[in-house]
Design a protein around this ligand. Structure first.
Ligand code: ZN
Length: 111
């Protein structure tokens, strides 16, 4: 199912990734594709393919569910928690507040 998300604002969500993982994107790769060596292939915001980027430029971005409210503004639904999704380093920027769509199967909740 397609859902709306945006970079999680405010708090320091770039905190330490869980032990046993090399990074947040390693956490996403292993949770999304368990038992395989499959890795995120593209930025879920702008669609840039990993093969067109340098190593490490697909990052585990922290996002929140967004919902449109009656005045046309976006509401960040913090109650649903924080999720990791693959973003290029350009899109994985806290100053980038654009709402974008992802398939909810590409959202991995942080512990
Ligand atoms: Zn991107």
């Amino acid at each position: 199912m397609t859902v709306y998300v945006a970079n999680a604002p405010g708090e320091d969500y770039n905190s330490e990734h869980p032990s046993g993982y090399d990074s947040w994107i390693d956490y996403w790769n292993k949770k999304r594709y368990p038992g395989t060596n499959k890795k995120a292939s593209r930025c879920r915001n702008c669609g840039t393919e990993a093969k067109d980027l340098d190593d490490g430029e697909i990052e585990g971005g922290h996002v929140e569910y967004c919902e449109k409210i009656s005045n046309g503004k976006w509401y960040y639904n913090k109650a649903k928690g924080i999720y990791i999704t693959p973003l290029c380093s350009e899109c994985n920027n806290p100053n980038n507040t654009a709402v974008f769509t992802v398939d909810d199967s590409d959202l991995i909740k942080i512990p």
